[in-house]
Write a protein that binds this ligand. Structure first.
Ligand code: NDP
Length: 436
């Protein structure tokens, strides 16, 4: 706390990991007294920079850009860029810290990083977004590279922004490399990358449910958010026979009693990705739906809850509401959407609960596959990438079981499982590389 004053999100993420890791370190000679936790919580490097740009009214705007290069023990730094007005150092450090463990869990050679800016893409023209991205990259390009640090998208950074960022990187360096992932299909992107986090989340949920001889089919599912992760989680869950009844954005949620089927979801994709509208418009368009302003969907009755919007969107009261509605499984598409108290509530009631670093690892895993394809200068088929993603999510699940199942094997603590499994590989690499 003394070293990171006011960094509440970062301290929250570290607390969650430390609670699983400290007993593990104490019980293992190999890891004891090596100051591994002290080393792992300290970013290797943080870059903070000015991002000036000119808006459509010819007014100069200034934002703050960041890149947190957290840990490169097992590979080049890897993690998304977030453009959102709430972005600050604490949020990016928590995300970079989580990313280190998540990337390790995928078994691919990627270190942890995260970056972004307190820029709000909402309401900005394409030209403004492009000029912002160009200014952002005109500084960031010095610190990244295909073998150094490979950023991707996150909240507010999708294919459009990655395109503008890549274009500027290429101009400044005169190199066409795999320096960013989440690229468009015409210039080095991978099949399935847009779908990967949402699809991977559902593959993970299927693994969790299989242990209880259950599946997504026939289940009522509550999803928050309506961006990249939510859309493709909804698509895969629906394809597997689930009934998704909610989506949300920062203004509230919609509840559709008939379910958000494929056709309605296509409409949402147009609304969110092309027209860049608000989710409330869904209830104007589809009469089976109602919009709840400034509310979150956690009191809607469901079997499965998938928080896919942002950090700390499930508070303890929300967790209690989910428990009351007899939720069977909570799996995080977003990063750290549940507070520590909310997690305790789920675990106390023996609800199947998966932390984002395990259940949303499919996004970065497929980014890793995009890096491999870029290095090969080759494109794998849609089916091949999807198969690899599915295998990776099955593996991540198996690693969670390995370290997280209790002695009688009737409950899996996925938090403990993911933290220890993610830690072991990074710690082994750090020990092998000496005190650097
Ligand atoms: P998008 O920008 O595509 O969508 C974000 C969604 O969450 C929007 O519906 C947005 O609503 C909502 N949201 C964002 N901030 C808030 C807030 N403060 N309060 C309420 N709603 C909010 O982002 P993604 O779908 O890519 O990311 C969603 C989550 O998934 C994040 O936690 C991200 O870190 C995580 N994640 C993403 C991965 C990826 O591959 N994209 C990989 C792994 C994790 P509005 O439009 O109103 O802002």
């Amino acid at each position: 706390t003394a070293n990171n004053p006011g960094e509440t999100e970062f301290l929250q993420a570290v607390t969650e990991v430390a609670e699983s890791i400290i007993p593990f370190i104490r019980a293992n000679d190999k890891y004891r007294d090596k100051q591994l936790l002290d080393r792992i919580v300290e970013p290797e490097r943080v870059i903070i920079f000015r991002v000036p740009w000119v808006d459509d009214n010819n007014i100069i705007q200034v934002n703050r850009g960041y890149r947190v290069q957290m840990n490169s023990a097992i590979g080049p730094y890897k993690g998304g860029l977030r453009f959102h007005p709430t972005v600050n150092l604490s949020i990016l450090k928590f995300l970079a810290f989580e990313q280190t463990f998540k990337n390790s869990l995928t078994t691919l050679p990627m270190g942890g990083g995260k970056g972004g800016a307190n820029f709000d893409p909402k309401g900005k023209s394409d030209g403004e977004v492009m000029r912002f991205c160009q200014s952002f990259m005109s500084e960031l390009f010095r610190y990244i590279g295909e073998d150094t640090d490979v950023p991707a998208g996150d909240i507010g950074v999708g294919e459009r922004e990655v395109g503008y960022l890549f274009g500027m990187y290429k101009k400044l360096t005169n190199k066409f490399t795999g320096v960013l992932t989440g690229k468009g299909m015409s210039y080095g992107g991978s099949f399935i990358r847009p779908e990967a986090t949402g699809y991977g989340l559902i593959y993970f949920v299927e693994n969790m449910l299989a242990a209880k001889y259950e599946s997504v089919s026939g289940k009522t599912i509550v999803i928050s958010g309506s961006g990249n992760v939510s859309q493709y989680a909804a698509q895969k869950a629906t394809a597997l026979g689930g009934k998704v009844v909610t989506l949300s954005d920062s203004e509230g949620f919609i509840y559709d009693k008939d379910g958000i089927d494929e056709e309605k979801l296509n409409w949402v994709m147009q609304l969110k990705n092309v027209r860049r509208g608000r989710i409330s418009e869904y209830a104007d368009h589809f009469k089976s739906a109602k919009f709840y302003k400034d509310k979150k969907p956690w009191s809607v009755e469901c079997d499965i809850a998938l928080p896919c919007a942002t950090q700390n969107e499930i508070l303890v009261g929300d967790a209690q509401a989910l428990v009351k509605s007899k939720v069977m499984c909570v799996a995080e598409g977003a990063n750290m959407p549940s507070t520590l108290e909310a997690i305790n509530t789920f675990q106390k009631h023996k609800i199947l609960y998966a932390p984002g670093k395990a259940s949303n690892a499919g996004g970065v895993a497929t980014s890793g596959l995009e890096m491999s394809q870029n290095s090969l200068r080759y494109k794998w088929t849609h089916e091949k990438v999807d198969r690899k993603l599915h295998e990776i999510m099955n593996n991540v699940h198996a690693e969670c079981i390995l370290y997280g199942a209790n002695e009688s094997k009737d409950y899996v603590d996925y938090v403990k499982g993911a933290n220890i499994a993610g830690f072991v590989k990074v710690a082994d690499a750090m020990l092998a590389q000496g005190v650097v």
